[in-house]
Write a protein that binds this ligand. Sequence first.
Ligand code: IPD
Length: 277
Amino acid sequence: MDELLIKQLESMALEIALAAGSLLVNERPVHLSVDTKTSETDVVTAMDKAAEAFIVESIKAERPNDVFLGEEGSVNISPNPSNVQWIVDPIDGTVNYLHRHPIWSVSIGVKVDHITQIGVVHAPLLRETYLAVKGQGAFLINETGKQKISISRNTTLGHTLVATGFSYESEKRKKHSKVISEISDKVRDFRRDGSAAIDLCMVGLGRVDAYFETGLHPWDYTAGALFVQEAGGVTGGLAGEPLNDELAIAANPGVFNEFATLIRDNYQKFYLSLRFK
Ligand code: IPD
């Protein structure tokens, strides 16, 4: 891997995520205009669009041939695309942003030749930034500086604190509630913070032990999944599959197998019918 390229992508991703975070905090209008997407609960704000445009334009100014996958629709428009792809969620946790709840993030993943090399999740109101560089580790950046972190050491399913999130589709929400109800006596407790990117980083940081969700998109999980892996954690989807849009599971290595089996079994039980609709 070209070390200079990785260094350039890392500093661009960090700098642009921080600048987008400032824009989202400082330029939020008093009355935020909001549209809905797939359902009444799936919202997009004028600030999602403004932040994504800012991120894409900032990248293009330095690297005009890179390609994009952005939640608000940015795709490759370069006639001569490079092998670098930026996967951008300008606000992961839009509903929280809309409600002035502090848990939301700017999430930027960077792939080179289809492999995620950099993940940056910046949570402006938590005053924290989570950085992962493939092969180099996972780092927490805050006012005290930059420190390498690692995942929790819990090995007991019953002590496992589980983060999760709900899809915007009502049928999936109902099924997800059933899974949660079914496993509620097997784990310590649940957290639903409202940003999948932050949830994944919380696994990496060891602040929760595991995470699962269905129906995510690459912009929700690309950066956070690398953070989990670089912190020493494990990610996956259905048996034999990587973490993907259908099923996202992440945990520390001490509980991953047991936790993933529990989630996969219940996924089969409550969700699989959806797959064939
Ligand atoms: C959402 C958040 C939420 C998760 C949803 C995602 P968005 O992303 O990550 O926590 O439960 O599945 O879609 O729409 O705020 O970018």
